[in-house]
Write a protein that binds this ligand. Structure first.
Ligand code: UDP
Length: 245
């Protein structure tokens, strides 16, 4: 039985990093597809306005809180999440576990340079992982079906989709009955982080829950996206207060 906390209508798993890791290990042992999504405040706020995204998140097998705002919001509902579990940290674990089993990985998303660079870095760092395919994320809609066939023909067991939210979640959901993989992860900008194109915030910012602030100083164009954090906190506060009655 999954233990979750419902935050602004979305069920988020109540797991710490170690427990999330165990879940992922189970997924790799199984045969069916497991959708893993990693919402932050911004994605949850978008889901409130986007019914389709809300349903997709609620049908996932694992939803982890990739954002300090989500952890803060869980406290209003009286069932606090233990910690932030980031998509990048969980994907690292998936690759470590996959490396031991010689799992096959497909990377979809980001620029051609970034996705091929990420594949190279992953092969070096996680020896045992078989990168069976890469595809950049700049394609037209008519190519989508053929990309899904390519993923299936590659025999991939793990699929990381880094197209940005909510496009990646919608793609995974649309093809959930056709994809032959065991794990399909919504990866955001994860491919850029693995390739080294984008640097992750230093540990100080991560531990202080200030990774969003670091991203903002590095990319001021993200300003409008960051304003969603206080909006989300406020919305969760009101939602938690009203859902008690
Ligand atoms: N991207 C892509 N195709 C597109 C638009 C974006 O593959 O048409 C990639 C982009 O190169 C980047 C990722 O999607 O690697 C989005 O990164 P971001 O950090 O914005 O993710 P989010 O915060 O939305 O999860």
């Amino acid at each position: 039985m999954r233990k979750t906390v419902k935050i602004v209508g979305i069920e988020v798993d109540k797991l710490d990093f170690l427990e999330a890791q165990e879940k992922v290990a189970e997924f790799l042992e199984g045969d069916s597809l497991n959708m893993i999504f990693t919402p932050n405040s911004e994605m949850l706020l978008d889901a409130v306005k986007d019914r389709e995204l809300e349903n997709i998140l609620n049908e996932a097998q694992l939803v982890i809180p990739d954002g300090i705002g989500v952890v803060i919001a869980s406290k209003f509902y009286g069932t606090p999440l233990k910690e932030r579990v980031t998509g990048v940290d969980l994907s690292t674990k998936i690759l470590e576990l996959g490396a031991k089993k010689n799992s096959r990985l497909f990377l979809l998303g980001a620029s051609e340079e970034s996705v091929t660079g990420a594949a190279e870095k992953i092969k070096e760092r996680f020896q045992g992982i078989d990168v069976v395919g890469v595809r950049n994320g700049y394609y037209s809609e008519d190519e989508e079906e053929q990309i899904i066939d390519e993923i299936n023909q590659s025999g991939a067991e793990i699929l990381f989709v880094g197209l940005g939210a909510p496009r990646q979640e919608k793609l995974i959901y649309k093809y959930k009955d056709r994809l032959g993989v065991k794990i399909a992860l919504g990866f955001g900008g994860g491919i850029d982080i693995f390739s080294g194109t984008v640097k992750r915030a230093p540990e100080f910012y991560q531990k202080a829950g200030l990774e969003w602030f670091y991203r903002f100083i590095k990319q001021p164009s993200r300003f409008m996206r960051i304003t969603k954090l206080p909006k989300f906190i406020l919305l969760a506060m009101v939602d938690a207060a009203t859902s008690k009655y």
